[in-house]
Design a protein around this ligand. Sequence first.
Ligand SMILES: Nc1ncnc2c1ncn2[C@@H]1O[C@H](COP(=O)(O)OP(=O)(O)OP(=O)(O)O)[C@@H](O)[C@H]1O
Length: 271
Amino acid sequence: MNDTLQPAGEAAAPVHPMVRFAGVTKRYGPLTVLNGLDLAVAAHEKVAIIGPSGSGKTTVLRLLMTLEEVDAGVIEVDGQPLTHMVRDGQLVRADRAHLRRMRGRIGMVFQHFNLFPHMTALQNCMEAPVTVLGLHRDEARERAGELLAMVGLADKLDHHPAQLSGGQQQRVAIARALAMRPQVLLFDEVTSALDPELCGEVLSVIRDLGRAHSVTMLMVTHQMGFAREFADRVCFFDQGRILEQGPAEALFAQPREARTRQFLRAVMEAV
Ligand SMILES: Nc1ncnc2c1ncn2[C@@H]1O[C@H](COP(=O)(O)OP(=O)(O)OP(=O)(O)O)[C@@H](O)[C@H]1O
């Protein structure tokens, strides 16, 4: 007898990706930015999205944050449609409560930090847990303090963004995203706005996070070295589709497509 079988009468746990894009098309006027994109990301997987400028990488993250709407196709998070819900057997546009719940599952760290300038590091990390999740202020303060300590800023809780370096501000932004306890964390070129010597501290925080947390991560990056080391899988985007994808080591060592090889060569030469 196969003892891995489910006991009789007990339903098997549903197996679905944490994030799924199915046939997603996104247009801005006449410009088709995503062209029937299919992408499935497993729970706890770390995926790096690379590719030329304008290939639709950031649009993938913005759609997940519901900052944009798809023109065709479906996006699901943890098996549920992101912007729609099933009512009376019909798929209808989600109401505000559903959207709020789904948004709470996803956190994003932006290229330009987007911290509130008038708030301290601690207040920046407490704001959404209190106002969106309804967490008690004491609990939010404790959570924020722990996360800021985790990103190495235990001594900067009362500093305002203007008193922090770019790298420190980006670490506050990472702690702030984590304070919402998201299932999925999105990183959009998080080191692009930093001086090169400050990139390392931010990447090191993300590296530690990847080891310590089970959160699913999608990262748009131009840092090929980091993508190679950090990601379980790398997706190469070209013209709104995934042209090639695979385990980081394999994709960088032996890209299959001529376009991928050309892109990687150009990026390496620019370093
Ligand atoms: N709100 C918008 N309105 C019109 N065009 C847009 C909008 N947002 C993005 N685009 C265009 O869509 C295309 C894809 O943008 P996106 O930011 O997803 O690309 P990307 O691959 O992330 O590029 P990059 O590496 O330069 O950031 C680009 O040509 C961009 O100019």
